[in-house]
Design a protein around this ligand. Structure first.
Ligand SMILES: [Fe+2]
Ligand SMILES: [Fe+2]
Length: 244
């Protein structure tokens, strides 16, 4: 049987996928969640591919990373609960119908099913890269303006994040998440809701053979072997998918 080497463009144009993404986005917006539409999936798609490229993956894996990033949240078209698992099942079926090699569809299904911190485990570079990309996306542009509530900690934390980006430092084997917050919230509040996701990022980076560093407002939060206090980012470091 002839299979098709699908790329992101094929995925973006598919009507079934368009409908699922519209539904996922609308459903979560109605429930008052942060943005889970084209902006978020574009960020995750691009950032997953960038992490894979920077950490030395082959070109096909980078392409599959773009696809998995685009599809990773479609389970939310059904329900928030278990959306990783349902999304993996949905993605496998659509991709198989589109003629993708079953081995590739199965890998993408596994990556999607493992992207949430409650149950997700990275057993492939693709999965680890997508977890890092997804969990790093906290930013004021994700705020749902219609339901914004300053008494809601998620809204406050996202609103306060003016800039966030990932850096892959191949020389020092470090993957660094850099976050710049203003006084709308505080690093403590960020940690209160993001600790499980940051632990997932630490494990994902370890899987890729890297150390994960979380830097908020210039302070290294999660690692003590290197210099403490203010971090000076070298100009040679490339920002992956900055979101401002
Ligand atoms: Fe998700
Ligand atoms: Fe996501």
């Amino acid at each position: 049987m002839e299979y098709r080497a699908l790329v992101l463009e094929d995925i973006r144009e598919n009507d079934e996928i368009k409908a699922l993404i519209l539904q996922q986005s609308k459903y979560l917006e109605d429930l008052g969640y942060t943005e889970h539409g084209i902006r978020h999936i574009s960020y995750v798609s691009k950032t997953t591919a960038n992490i894979l490229r920077e950490t030395g993956a082959d070109e096909r894996t980078v392409q599959l990373g773009e696809i998995a990033g685009w599809l990773h949240d479609i389970g939310n078209a059904l329900s928030r609960k278990y959306h990783g698992l349902t999304g993996g099942a949905l993605a496998y079926n659509v991709l198989a119908r589109m003629g993708m090699d079953p081995a590739e569809s199965a890998l993408i299904a596994n990556v999607i099913a493992n992207h949430e911190e409650e149950t997700g485990v990275a057993t492939s570079a693709l999965s680890a890269a997508l977890q890092l990309a997804d969990k790093s996306d906290a930013h004021r542009s994700r705020i749902n303006k219609r339901t914004y509530d300053e008494n809601d900690i998620h809204d406050r934390v996202n609103m306060s994040i003016k800039k966030n980006y990932l850096v892959v430092d191949r020389n020092k084997n470090i993957i660094r998440l850099v976050i710049i917050m203003d006084g709308t919230s505080a690093p403590m509040e960020y940690l209160q809701i993001y600790i499980p996701r940051m632990v997932m990022c630490e494990k994902a980076a370890t899987y890729l053979g890297y150390t994960f560093e979380l830097v908020i407002n210039g302070v290294l939060i999660n690692h003590h072997k290197r210099a403490r206090g203010k971090m000076v980012l070298r100009s040679s470091e490339r920002e992956l998918s900055p979101t401002d």
